[in-house]
Write a protein that binds this ligand. Structure first.
Ligand SMILES: Cc1cc2nc3c(=O)[nH]c(=O)nc-3n(C[C@H](O)[C@H](O)[C@H](O)COP(=O)(O)OP(=O)(O)OC[C@H]3O[C@@H](n4cnc5c(N)ncnc54)[C@H](O)[C@@H]3O)c2cc1C
Length: 450
């Protein structure tokens, strides 16, 4: 084609940014030209890398440097504070682009259907994560009043939540954790955090690094229970997997450790399926049913145990939200697609693609979104005869449209301004950054309207 390819990407998380980068490189290598506009509902890019990865994981947060290079390279325009569905629609995109890639990830908690889950004191992990990572759209206050807390789930998010709850807040200070979060955690009377998983110790979804980190927390005893080990006849076979072998060694070390000196404790309970959150007015306990392995998987034993806790955090997975005008699989919580092509039943929808967590569900690490994006871009580039036919190119069409609609959009220069502002706030205190949390303040700084 002689005219440059024009593609919109919705969502500036890792999936959207990697897709933009891979698309740019592929088109350039083929001798073509491409314009990519990246629309992000928040005034800051990077999705869950900024608003999901825990603040005490600076190495992972460091992935942002690579993502930032893509945004600063000049080919991709960033339109921040622009929400697809409200500020810009499928009809707009069809007029302006040859196609769109949806990379809107997942922001909500998956439901957990047990009695009492709606009691005050029962929280979704996604909300708590958004609070401690300074997400602009959640309240600044978080009720940390419980001495004993249950965390349901055996994935890395459960470990993040448990670690943030049990860690002494002074140890978070060098990180980018927001000030209101440190103040909230300082007031917490927590002494015991109990993490529950329905499978056995070798059936967990944790990664070894995240698990091992718990054992290094200052003034926190790790408690595991001998009765949970040696239950599964397939344990030795499972250990042929290197990751599981490391996990089993870490847990074995903790079984042998002396405990009793620390002021806080983190308990791991396996073979424990949540059955009900108990309490009259608010959470008073969690009831679990013991489970055991069967050749097909898992079954309840009929033995129930109650743990007195004053708060319950559900970390049983994230769930994506539907987008207006775009098909959505309500059961799986994804945009139905084949290798990234959005499907309407059995037919691909011309011009529409998906990548990242909205494409394949909320599992996997940041690195996986790169291979995702590669697959999606391959499909997109192979579909040139079914792309949309947009109006003639006009560089100013999108800024004009957004301004006409009164959208206070931000751009890459604005993001760099905000980024530098946050780092400057942190510098005198030896901190990586101090996040600006209120959305209007983020927009003001980005648009230089202070
Ligand atoms: C609590 C938590 C901790 C994690 N920790 C790690 C870790 O330590 N290491 C690791 O490798 N992985 C980690 N992950 C996984 C990692 O965050 C994901 O693999 C990755 O972020 C998925 O990328 P994505 O771009 O698909 O989605 P997201 O990161 O969710 O990005 C989607 C973007 O789309 C935007 N968006 C959504 N709807 C709209 C709309 N309507 N209009 C415009 N924009 C929209 C969102 O604001 C967001 O910026 C963690 C995940 C969670 C939940």
């Amino acid at each position: 084609m002689s005219e440059p390819l024009r593609i919109a990407v919705i969502g500036a998380g890792p999936a959207g940014i990697y897709a933009a980068d891979i698309l740019k490189k592929a088109v350039r290598e083929a001798g073509g030209d491409v314009y990519i506009d990246l629309f992000e509902q928040l005034p800051a890019p990077y999705g869950l890398v900024r608003y999901g990865v825990a603040p005490d994981h600076p190495r992972i947060k460091g992935i942002i440097s690579a993502l930032r290079e893509v945004l600063e390279a000049g080919v991709v325009r960033l339109f921040g504070n622009v929400r697809f569905g409200d500020d810009i629609t499928v009809a707009d995109l069809e007029r302006l682009y040859h196609g769109v890639i949806f990379a809107t990830g997942a922001t909500k908690d998956a439901p957990l259907d047990i009695p009492g889950v709606e009691l005050p004191g029962s929280y979704g992990a996604a909300d708590f994560v958004s609070w401690y990572d300074g997400h602009p759209d959640v309240p600044r206050e978080w009720p940390l009043e419980a001495k004993e807390i249950a965390v349901i789930g055996n994935g890395n998010v459960a470990l993040d939540v448990a670690r943030m709850l049990v860690k002494h807040p002074e140890d978070l200070l060098p990180t980018e954790v927001p000030d209101n979060v440190v103040a909230g955690l300082e007031a917490s009377p927590v002494t015991d955090v109990h993490v529950f998983g329905r499978r056995g110790p070798l059936g967990v979804k944790f990664t070894p690094l995240e698990l091992r980190e718990l054992g290094e927390l200052r003034d926190v005893d790790m408690i595991v229970h001998d009765e949970d080990f040696g239950v599964d006849p397939d344990e030795e076979t499972a250990k042929q997997n290197k990751q599981i072998l490391v996990i089993s060694r870490v847990l074995d070390q903790w079984r042998q450790r002396e405990v009793g000196t620390a002021s806080r404790r983190l308990h791991l309970h396996f073979w424990s399926r949540p059955d009900a959150v108990l309490g009259d007015e608010r959470v008073e306990a969690l009831r679990v049913e013991r489970t055991r392995p069967t050749p097909e998987g898992l079954e309840g034993t009929g033995e129930y145990r109650e743990f007195p806790v004053q708060a319950v955090y559900r970390a049983v997975g994230y769930f994506s939200s539907p987008l207006p005008g775009v098909p959505f699989d309500e059961r799986r919580g994804v945009i139905p697609n084949e290798a990234g092509r959005v499907m309407d039943g059995i037919r691909p929808l011309p011009g529409m693609y998906a990548t990242g967590w909205i494409k394949r569900g909320p599992v996997g690490l940041i690195g996986h979104t790169k291979s995702d994006a590669k697959e999606t871009i391959e499909q997109l580039l192979g579909d040139s005869n079914s792309w949309w036919s947009p109006e003639p190119f006009d560089q100013d069409a999108v800024p004009r449209l957004l301004s006409e609609r009164g959208v206070e959009w931000t751009d890459i220069d604005g993001w760099i301004r905000l980024d530098e502002h946050e780092m400057a706030l942190g510098e005198p205190h030896g901190r990586a950054r101090v996040k600006v949390v209120p959305r209007d303040k983020m927009v003001q700084i980005s648009r230089d309207e202070r």
